[in-house]
Design a protein around this ligand. Sequence first.
Ligand code: 13P
Length: 252
Amino acid sequence: MRTPVIAGNWKMNMHKRQALELVQGLHYGLTWPGEVDVIVAPPFTALDTVVEFCAKSYISVAGQNMHWEESGAFTGEISPSFLKDAGADYILIGHSERRKYFGETNEIVNKKIKAAFQHNLIPIVCFGETLEERERGDFVRVIEQQILQGLTGLTHEEGSELIIAYEPVWAIGTGKTATPTQAEEAHAFIRAHLFQLFSPDVADAVRILYGGSVKPKNSRELLSQKNIDGALVGGAALKAEDFIGIIKSANA
Ligand code: 13P
């Protein structure tokens, strides 16, 4: 039985004060989430504030991005050990916005995943196809490459600790959610690849989250699918009430 994960990706939003109010709203609005792992990914500047408050809460903290190197002349970058030092336990890797705007390739994603494991950060690795790729019928090939190139060279132990997020790019911030059937099909496909790449045990252990316009009104149906083990939430993670609604639906 996989414990569901509900993760909020705040993207480039939330000044420190707003960030504190949001985690306070989550913590006091829902005193216990039940058997659900709850994660928030604030911007770097709010990490300290959020980590300090979340130390007394059930909420865990993730970074949104990092470099794979340990330290050095990489102006503007943050290393895995800096994130660990700031109190993060998880790291988002390969979000489609990183791939689209900052040129992240599957090879870079792979380096980052390995660096994360070396520093005891659990990677939440994002995969997903664009609308053009889906319409061209390239969905299978694109996702397959993201999986094979992104996850190459990991040990079975690392494989089983991974969290994967399937985020069809056409569903992000558009209000167009994948239907539960479309999402389940993609998740089952990803799990079948984990089976081949690692083992049946790894395929069984990995939590695969769905992301793309998840809201309290559609989360329950998405989360009731066999291979959907949680959600990576953007817009609806910025309001405590909405995020709590999604967490509750994971418990239902
Ligand atoms: P939205 O929930 O705003 O569509 O964003 C999804 C996302 O990109 C989470 O990483």
